[in-house]
Design a protein around this ligand. Structure first.
Ligand SMILES: [Zn+2]
Length: 103
């Protein structure tokens, strides 16, 4: 492939990724500033205490953020959808998914 072809492919790939990220952002369960707060809180507790293979840290942060039941459910469902089933997976998989797609 020549150079022009390569940069065209790169541009197409970027456009596709941007589109995927836009779709991903539309499904974020909370605005990014609150997700940032959530992930920071979970990661801080995980770093300090480790993961207990449950979501106790996430629940503690959700509690502190005073999310409604509906918001908490949407957030945890969304974490599940992106590989976050326990605190370390939420701080890892779901966090990386969010970080990649956020603006
Ligand atoms: Zn874990």
């Amino acid at each position: 492939m020549d150079k022009a072809g390569k940069s065209e492919r790169k541009a197409k790939l970027k456009a596709w990724r941007d589109g995927e990220h836009e779709k991903a952002r539309a499904l974020f369960p909370l605005e990014s500033s609150r997700l940032q707060h959530f992930f920071d809180g979970v990661e801080a507790l995980r770093a300090e205490q480790g993961c207990f293979h449950d979501i106790r840290h996430s629940m503690q942060v959700i509690d502190a953020m005073q999310l409604s039941g509906a918001e908490a459910n949407a957030l945890l469902d969304w974490c599940n959808d992106h590989g976050g089933f326990c605190d370390c997976e939420i701080a890892g998989n779901a966090f990386l998914y969010w970080r990649d797609a956020r603006v």
